[in-house]
Design a protein around this ligand. Structure first.
Ligand SMILES: [Zn+2]
Length: 308
């Protein structure tokens, strides 16, 4: 009886496909970080199932692919990742997948002239391009084009969805810019755990300084802590910010070192740097993450100024 029922369902489904030849299984995409999964979700809509590999609060610099990740990757129709060594421990796995599956390193499609160079490693580019919303619009256009190349019959839907999403990103760019300029030039100094925010700095006129360099793989010693503490005291920085994907301990050491130099710097909250938040909340999406970050930065500096 059960077998007969299954057979009937199978016949009906196939009959539907004959009636509507455009009906197809959703494309199965895998993306590494939340920011990229979010673009794919918005442009792909009901035509794509997106699996995000690196979960909320997890640092992509240090993430290695597990066996179940390899299964997810190998069963994907198309794979999107950031590149520029953000997912450095997954590079070999991603390259291996690239031999048989369409694999797109989103940030590596950005012209070299638009990238920021690493300040310490020659020839290496800063991977955190999503912090300049205008560059993330280029990433959305790249993902749209790759999806159209993969499924040309869905071109109109992908294009319309991309237009709607990019319109929201343009509004976001205005919002981040306007909020940033609520602060004075002196206040637009952003001290965080690692150098993820240099594109935000270039786009919205912040001086962005991190305790670690552009990757969290390097360890931090007393010398780096002392150097950053001196900078904070010299520039009279009021707030420093921890990041959701990196332990806060090292930045607490900086706070103590600043205190011992006679200046008081507060921890202004936790920012989402290299990954979005939980998908249940607004910070699980790129727009929510960026809005939360700029509101946290500006509001906490403003509150501290008002309290003084
Ligand atoms: Zn980073």
């Amino acid at each position: 009886m059960k077998t007969l029922k299954m057979l009937l369902i199978y016949i009906i489904l196939n009959f539907c496909l004959v009636l509507n030849p455009e009906a197809r299984e959703p494309i199965h995409a895998v993306a590494t970080i939340g920011q990229i999964a979010d673009i794919v979700k918005n442009i792909g809509s009901e035509n794509i199932n997106v699996q995000r590999l690196i979960g909320p609060g997890v640092d992509p610099h240090l993430y290695s692919a597990s066996e179940s990740d390899m299964d997810k990757l190998s069963s994907a129709d198309i794979i999107f990742y950031n590149g520029l060594s953000l997912e450095s421990k997954m590079e070999v796995a991603l390259q291996k997948m690239g031999a048989t599956i369409k694999t797109v390193p989103v940030s590596e499609t950005l012209p070299v002239s638009m990238r920021l160079e690493d300040q310490t490693l020659q020839g290496q580019h800063d991977p955190h391009i999503w912090f300049d919303v205008t560059l993330w619009i280029l990433a959305a256009e790249k993902i749209r084009d790759e999806l159209i190349a993969f499924a040309p019959e869905l071109k109109d839907q992908f294009s319309a969805n991309a237009d709607a999403y990019i319109a929201k990103l343009k509004e976001l760019h205005e919002y981040v810019h306007n909020r940033a300029f609520e602060l004075t030039g002196e206040e637009r100094v952003l001290v965080t755990t690692h150098d993820a925010f240099r594109y935000l700095g270039r786009a919205y006129d912040f001086e962005a300084v991190g305790l670690h360099g552009i990757t969290t793989q390097s360890s931090v010693g007393a010398e780096e802590v002392a150097r950053l503490a001196d900078f904070i005291v010299e520039r009279k920085v009021k707030m420093i910010f921890v990041e959701s994907s990196i332990p806060a301990k090292n930045l607490r050491d900086v706070q103590e070192a600043v205190k011992s130099r006679g200046w008081d710097v507060a921890v202004g909250g936790e920012l989402f740097s290299d990954n979005t938040g939980s998908e249940e909340g607004p910070e699980g999406a790129y727009i929510g993450m960026m809005t939360y970050n700029i509101d946290t930065i500006v509001n906490s500096v403003r509150e501290k100024t008002t309290a003084q």
